[in-house]
Design a protein around this ligand. Structure first.
Ligand code: NAP
Length: 535
């Protein structure tokens, strides 16, 4: 193990969308920066999630970086929702264009980051035995990074092959002729299931909670459309920044209650054809706040499931009931429900008869046993906080972030933490869950200004305890007027309830990404109120 000390202005942890954008911005301020990345390549989420069917759930022309007009002009997307390989090629294109990789160290997992009061610097250590000292640390770890593997008894006893979707081998997996069992029907499982079913001899899907799946309506991009979107990129970006979920969508038709049942159905039909998140945001404006509007949308989706799935018993099992649509993050489907019409797929309800153990040849639930050759775990993530608390981050007086957040995360703007000076968390807890690249670039823009400000005012920027507490109150207040907290009862990562024992707290800002961006801009414009900048 080699040990080496380097003095840096900035250490960025993670080389996904966030880390790349941050590195580029830091170079503009002339900061001596190093990015530390656990993976062997750039991409973050798009590096690790290589499972069959992995692709964006947002349309290509706003799920991308905007900091470079040249990239916007030069890169051409092939599909409405790019697949993982295309997304990874895109991020490499961006990185290579700006020669970003020269400042990135790959295959290096950060183990700890400790603030030294005396020097006002962070000491960052890695699993390669390296130790670097830096004035600022920015984390770009992603919201959905730390895998969640349920504590199934007997998991190690399985004699077949086991794969986590978020660690799918880069060379792929040959599933042909094999019996596959998959646990999990979240956004990941919903993408993977139709493709695994096409390849495997048989697929058994173990579903605990059915999801509301709206088809994405993927298709190739047309040359004229591409030219138009490129020409209007920055107009579209502004529209996204003005939207509560950072998507350049048209408003809905108003409250669902203003329309008759027939009219509602017609509007939902149009939303279904538009696909993906447009169904949620461009139909009616009150779906996530009004129980009746939500139930209309939910019932429309159930009617579609019953229409598509031939076997009535399977259709009923797939119909979500007892929780509002979108109170768990709704997946986008690609022939998802259609897949259940295949002869080689079986749906098992592990909500009513839970998984008891993994056996050497399959698994056993409360009422039956199942056999398969390959086990696929699409069981989600310790979201939002998991990647941050997985690093031993210590602020003033040795305070561990993990301890500070034991009862739920506390941040100011999702970006900074009291007692952790000069630490910035892109897409941290308390920041919006919305179209991620747009949020990331706004975070990066703000952090760039904050770093410049800190350097002009004595080198330290730290959220005050009052500002942090006030932000925490606002995060909980804005969500209380919505139906989103109800997702907690069906293990939603929005509320941490997908992880047994995790504090059940809404850990993202649902008060509108647009309002959040405005709040952050105002704070920066007014000279960083809510922060102390001791010399
Ligand atoms: P997830 O939504 O948390 O789903 C995990 C699945 O595993 C759920 O079906 C869950 O059932 C099941 N599960 C967990 N523990 C279980 C247990 N003990 N027994 C039986 N089933 C169990 O995770 P995900 O599908 O990986 O998606 C996470 C997030 O990643 C998404 O919400 C989305 O934000 C993001 N994502 C995005 C994309 C995209 O944009 N292209 C694609 C994939 C994922 P319960 O529902 O009952 O908990």
């Amino acid at each position: 193990m080699s040990e080496q000390q380097t003095d840096l202005d900035l250490v960025v942890i993670g080389a996904g969308f966030a880390g790349l954008a941050m590195l580029h911005r830091a170079r503009e301020s002339g900061l001596h920066t190093r990015v530390l990345e656990a993976g062997d390549g750039i991409g973050g989420t798009w590096f690790w999630n290589r499972y069959p069917g992995a692709r964006t759930d947002s349309e290509c022309y706003y799920y991308c970086l905007s900091f470079s007009p040249e990239v916007v002009a030069e890169w051409t997307w092939s599909e409405r929702y790019p697949g993982q390989p295309e997304m990874l090629r895109y991020l490499n294109f961006v990185a290579d264009k700006f020669d970003l990789k020269r400042d990135i160290t790959f295959g290096t997992r950060v183990e700890s980051a400790v603030f030294d009061e005396g020097s006002g610097t962070w000491e960052v250590t890695t699993d390669t035995g390296e130790s670097v000292r830096s004035r600022f640390v920015v984390t770009g770890l992603g919201l959905l990074t730390e895998p969640h593997i349920p504590d199934f008894p007997g998991l190690d006893s399985f004699t077949g092959e086991t794969y986590m979707t978020c660690r799918w081998p880069a060379d792929g997996v040959d599933l042909s002729g094999k019996r596959v069992g998959i646990i999990g029907t979240g956004a990941t499982g919903v993408q993977a299931i139709p493709l695994i079913a096409q390849e495997a001899a048989h697929l058994t899907v173990f579903q605990r909670t059915p999801n509301y799946v709206v088809p994405a309506q993927n298709r190739p991009m047309e040359p004229d459309e591409i030219a138009d979107l490129k020409a209007r990129h920055y107009e579209i970006l502004q529209k996204a920044r003005d939207h509560s979920f950072a998507m350049p969508f048209e408003p809905g038709h108003g409250p669902a209650g203003d329309f008759t049942a027939d009219e509602q159905r017609q509007i939902f039909e149009e939303g279904w054809k538009s696909g993906g998140f447009r169904f949620l945001f461009e139909t009616f404006d009150d779906i996530i706040v009004d129980p009746a509007a939500n139930e209309s949308a939910a019932e429309f989706i159930r009617s579609k499931i019953r229409e598509i799935v031939h076997d009535p018993a399977t259709a009923e099992l797939l119909c979500p009931k007892g929780y509002p649509y979108a109170s768990k993050r709704p997946p986008a489907g690609h022939d998802y429900y259609e897949a259940y019409n295949r002869d080689n797929i079986t749906l098992i309800d592990v909500g009513s008869a839970p998984i008891r153990e993994i056996t050497p040849t399959g698994l056993r639930t409360a009422d039956a046993s199942y056999e398969f050759d390959v086990l696929v775990l699409a069981t989600g993530f310790d979201a939002v906080t998991g990647a941050l608390t997985g690093i031993d981050i210590r602020g003033r007086d040795g305070l561990a972030l993990k301890d500070k957040w034991a009862d739920g995360p506390a941040t100011y703007l999702g970006l900074t933490v009291h007692d952790f000076p000069n630490l910035f968390t892109i897409s941290g807890p308390g920041s919006p869950f919305a179209n991620i690249p747009v949020c990331i670039e706004k975070n990066v823009e703000w952090i760039g200004r904050a770093l410049d400000h800190a350097r002009e005012h004595g080198g330290v920027l730290e959220a005050t305890a009052e500002a942090e507490a006030d932000w925490g109150r606002q995060v909980q207040e804005v969500v209380s007027g919505t139906l989103l907290p109800q997702g907690a009862k069906v293990h939603s990562w929005f509320t941490g309830t997908n992880i047994p024992g995790k504090a059940p707290v809404v850990n993202v800002w649902f008060g509108g990404a647009n309002n959040y961006f405005a709040a952050c801009d105002t704070i920066a414009d007014k000279g960083f109120g809510g922060f102390t900048t001791p010399g």
